[in-house]
Design a protein around this ligand. Structure first.
Ligand SMILES: [Zn+2]
Length: 1003
């Protein structure tokens, strides 16, 4: 105990004493429950297992549900008093009205979590149900609540028992005294101890305490009198102007399943509305259209009340993205759809044009985001999470953020460093102390309320704010919308500094790898949707099929939901993945079915009359592809036009001669020779064309290593490279050639896990593929592979959405050191001017590139929160790609796309038709522009083609279409017109700045 603590201890004791006198017990409640495993609607409330509970009875197991009926009465001899019920069921509940509509929320038993502890956050328990302001005596009480046997964080608390259920008088004067005392005491504890204000506060509190030693109606009134003098002292100094926004951070799944999130939404939203009725100036902000959509579908009456609150300017829709998505793993098109569907929802439902991106809790922010925001009409960004960086502190809380293309948005990170603030004087003092830009602007944001598991502000928060709005000793604070805050902040805009590039978080890098299947499904579906939308457009254009817009939108929204910042990062409990994986599987099937049906119809319009056994080969990528293809056991080199197809004869005589060689210790094509040692490790990759060795001297490639990893889903040890658990040992290998393919097959074992790889070289290709199958059974281990290459460079390049970023290969500073694991999409590349090596993948994200080592994180197996995470079979492919020049001269972008998007074949009948046997929907005169998406316009008018500049240079791209175009417009990402483009014989010229995304509507 320190000196300060001991001074305040008697005062804290008095505060506790006041608390104990707020409620007077007057009667017990009778509690009947009907228990079910899963939630049932109000109309079925009596279908579960019925029980009458006594205090101390366990009512269920973790995540059990129950409809609870509370009955009781106000004794006849009590009148004129404010009556409440006090209920603690060890879980959460939503109190409903007589029609079953949500009214208010109970959350009890709070688990400790996060960087700021529970003591800081205050009293986040909600257990009061208001009954009547002035009773007459003899009232009978009868109400229902929809309960869940989990605490705010999905934990089973207190053995799931009924703790409290009674009727009480709320002694209003004592209640008010409690907050008077609490606010002044909190201010006194956190203010400078040698100030006059400290002395005034301390003397007043001590005086009040003395009086309250004899606790009665008179001493309570007198104590309030004394404290009111201090509460009335206004802030006269020029301090900060703090905008306070009530909020409930709701993880859409995390330590609880999605079904519980929907109930958390109803509890949180109804409670916010109830507090709005009680506190006139209270405003609340809620993010994530997905959550609103659930409320609309499941709780329409509640949703209508939210709509009214929005209309009355009491409730602020926040966000702009469909969910608070991860931004490292989703691809560019996914991020665009997050904004497209998110903004459209708020506009359609509430008439709101969202201008503020709200991602308080996401694990680092991609450098692609500012451009996507700007081109979606979103100018402001709020986050908290960067304050969690374990190694460094960002230099500003208010700044402009410039993305990889040069777009700038205004960022504010509430200086208190939490989105779960207590709205107490200590919060304002912390904010004042932390704010690094307070000399530049007086404006700051405070986000308060119980969060992560929902809940939001309680009466505690609002009582504190009522007393702190203009109080001598702390900054002025007012209830405000975040959008209004930004409009004020922007007026000081010319003074703010600019941060360039990604907003990296030096924390939670394990989430780039954990729950690898989640990432695999996401990557596969992103490309499958791209194919489906494009195929459906062609089918509609040429055979008049109906574009499956509704099906596509529904599936997109579900994939966007799973990109939520605790689902795709792999940080949720097992049930979340047990539910999402089968849904991903079903969506893969549905996507394939719809795409096949599009080609079934489309293919009848293709002229194949000159072929005896025609086969259609499709290329959905936006450049011409030359590849070896195996048809009926014969290999053929095919050339398929950009975003098009070729019909070829499937039965042909194979006359090709291949250079390919494979031996016990090597595979070789016309460009590369790969040599293995007795353990199957690669000891040489010789580039015959460039006459150079790819690997560094005496170093190896494909060094498959298992590391000790005692971390959780989020984090693994920084020093893991010094802690090797072992190597996957070679058990068996064989080799073969097949046409243009030379293959080395290896079977490896580590512990009880097995790993098999086909290591493949194809004639004419610089890509060395590692087609991998792992049966992973380890606990607390991490599987990685690395290549030590003969390249010297101080920075390397990582692909991100719509472009790339450069990162250091060294750790001179703490800022560089903390980047021991980085997110990259399909490739990372280490190049010197004459030569480089890329490491590509088809579903992985975590990379380590330091010195001359290219290393990729393949699998982890943390024990929390899902103790079975990743212990299963996995398929993935990575490729080493040595090349001439840097990644641009070496065509890394194209080759990585081709690893992810294979040519597709489709058998046809011999027939006549309108479309020629070789056709391209769209071709371009340049190789730095990539088509990200071809889809139907959201409003149904025309086709949307989205492209991006992939190298970081200026360009005028000439786009030639294989269809008749009457009109073309340049639009933003949410498909609003920017300007007309001139069309000349189905050709359009589109200007690009470095990494620019351009969206075109063609009609
Ligand atoms: Zn969160």
């Amino acid at each position: 105990m320190n000196a300060t603590q001991s001074i305040f201890q008697p005062l804290e004791k008095i505060l506790k004493k006041i608390d104990q006198h707020i409620f007077t017990f007057i009667n017990d409640l009778t509690v009947d429950i009907w228990k079910t495993k899963e939630p049932v609607p109000y109309t079925d409330r009596k279908t579960g297992e019925h029980k009458t509970l006594s205090l101390g009875d366990q009512w269920g197991d973790l995540f059990d549900c129950a409809w609870m009926r509370f009955t009781g009465e106000v004794p006849a001899n009590i009148s004129g008093e404010k009556i409440v019920c006090i209920i603690d069921i060890s879980g959460e509940a939503n109190v409903v009205d007589e029609n079953g509509h949500p009214k208010s929320c109970l959350t009890t038993r709070y688990s400790k979590f996060g960087p700021i502890n529970m003591d800081y956050e205050g009293r986040p328990v909600k257990k009061i149900v208001p009954i009547v302001e002035k009773c007459v005596g003899g009232e009978s009480l009868d109400f229902w609540a929809d309960a869940g046997n989990n605490d705010l964080f999905g934990n089973f608390q207190n053995n799931g028992v009924l703790v409290e259920a009674y009727v009480a008088i709320q002694n209003q004067v004592t209640y008010d005294l409690y907050y008077d005392f609490e606010v002044l005491l909190d201010l006194c504890i956190h203010i400078e101890p040698d100030s006059d204000r400290y002395d005034e506060l301390y003397i007043a509190l001590e005086k009040a305490s003395k009086l309250l030693e004899n606790f009665n109606d008179n001493s309570v009134l007198e104590a309030r009198e004394i404290l009111s003098v201090e509460l009335k002292k206004e802030n006269k100094e020029e301090t900060l102007l703090v905008s306070a926004s009530g909020h409930a951070h709701i993880d859409l799944a995390w330590l609880w399943p999605i079904r519980e999130t929907i109930r958390k939404g109803a509890r949180t939203f109804s409670h916010a509305l109830q507090l709005m009725d009680e506190y006139d100036d209270y405003v609340f902000g809620a993010s994530q259209p997905q959550l609103y959509q659930w409320m609309k579908d499941k709780y329409p009456e509640l949703y209508d009340r939210v709509k009214v609150a929005i209309k009355n300017n009491r409730w602020e829709p926040l966000g702009g993205m469909w969910v608070e998505s991860d931004t490292n793993i989703p691809n560019g098109e996914s991020l665009v759809r997050q904004f497209l569907y998110g903004k459209a929802f708020f506009k359609k439902e509430f008439g709101h044009e969202l201008k503020n991106l709200f991602l308080p809790d996401v694990f680092g922010y991609s450098g692609a985001i500012p451009q996507i925001m700007k081109k979606s009409g979103v100018d402001y960004f709020t986050t908290i999470k960067l304050s969690w960086d374990k190694f460094v502190r960002y230099p500003h809380e208010t700044f402009f953020w410039q993305g990889i293309d040069g777009s700038k948005v205004l960022v504010h990170m509430p200086p208190e460093g939490t989105y779960n603030g207590p709205a107490a004087p200590r919060a304002l003092k912390r904010l004042e102390a932390n704010y690094q830009d307070k000399d530049t602007t007086k404006h700051a944001l405070m986000i308060y309320g119980v969060g992560d598991g929902g809940g939001g502000p309680s009466r505690d928060h609002l009582e504190r704010l009522k007393r702190s709005a203009n109080l001598d000793g702390i900054s002025k604070v007012k209830h405000a919308f975040i959008s209004d805050f930004f409009e004020t902040l922007e007026k000081d805009g010319d003074k703010f500094q600019t941060w360039v590039g990604e907003l990296y978080l030096g924390h939670h890098q394990g989430t780039l790898t954990t729950q690898g299947k989640s990432k695999w499904f996401n990557r596969k579906l992103e490309f499958a949707f791209r194919d489906l939308e494009y195929s459906s457009i062609l089918s509609q254009l040429f055979s008049g099929s109906v574009y499956p817009g509704k099906e596509i939108e529904d599936m997109w929204k579900e994939v966007l939901l799973y990109q939520f910042h605790d689902i795709i990062p792999g940080s949720s409990i097992k049930r979340v993945y047990d539910e999402s994986f089968p849904r991903y599987e079903a969506m893969m099937k549905e996507t394939r079915k719809l795409a096949n049906s599009a080609w079934d119809t489309l293919s009848t319009t293709i002229n194949t009359s000159e072929f005896a056994n025609p086969v259609l080969v499709r290329n959905t990528l936006s450049w011409e592809r030359h590849e070896w293809l195996k048809l009926d056991e014969n290999w053929k080199m095919v050339t398929i036009p950009s975003m098009g197809y070729s019909v070829i004869e499937s039965r042909f005589k194979d006359s090709s001669k291949f250079f390919i060689k494979a031996t016990e210790t090597s595979i070789e094509n016309d460009i590369l020779k790969v040599v293995f040692d007795g353990n199957g490790t690669i000891i040489s990759i010789f580039d015959k064309e460039q006459n150079r060795e790819v690997l560094a001297e005496n170093q190896v490639g494909n060094d498959i290593t298992v590391y000790e990893d005692g971390g959780d889903a989020w984090d693994f040890p920084v020093d893991y490279r010094g802690n090797i658990a072992g190597q996957f040992e070679l058990k068996k290998s064989n080799y073969f050639t097949d046409g243009p393919k030379a293959v080395m097959c290896q079977e490896r074992k580590f512990g009880s896990s097995t790993l098999t790889q086909d290591i493949v070289l194809i004639e004419g290709s610089r890509k060395l593929d590692f087609i991998t199958h792992v049966d992973w059974k380890e606990d607390d281990k991490m599987l990685r592979t690395s290549f030590s290459v003969d390249i010297h460079a101080t920075e390397y390049t990582s692909e991100i959405q719509f472009g790339h970023v450069k990162r250091p290969t060294h750790s001179n500073t703490q800022w560089e050191f903390r980047q021991f694991e980085n997110a990259a999409h399909k490739w990372v590349d280490l190049s010197q001017p004459d030569y480089g090596v890329a490491l590509m993948n088809d579903c992985k994200y975590g990379h380590y590139v330091k010195g001359n080592v290219l290393d990729i994180n393949l699998l982890r197996s943390p024990n929390w929160p899902d103790p079975t995470a990743d212990r299963s079979e996995h398929d993935f492919t990575y490729s080493l790609f040595p090349h001439r020049g840097n990644h641009i001269q070496g065509e890394v972008v194209k080759n990585a796309y081709e690893l992810n998007v294979l040519l597709d074949t489709y058998s046809l009948k011999s027939q006549s038709g309108e479309l020629p046997p070789n056709w391209s929907f769209l071709s371009m005169d340049c190789d730095n522009v990539v088509v990200s998406s071809v889809k139907k316009a959201e409003d149904g008018n025309g086709i949307i083609v989205r492209l991006y500049e992939a190298f970081g240079q200026n360009n005028q791209a000439i786009l030639t279409f294989g269809i008749d175009i009457k009109k073309a417009l340049l639009t933003n990402l949410i498909e609003d017109k920017i300007e007309d483009l001139s069309v000349e014989t189905n050709t359009i010229t589109v200007p690009f700045k470095p990494f620019e995304i351009q969206t075109i509507r063609i009609i």
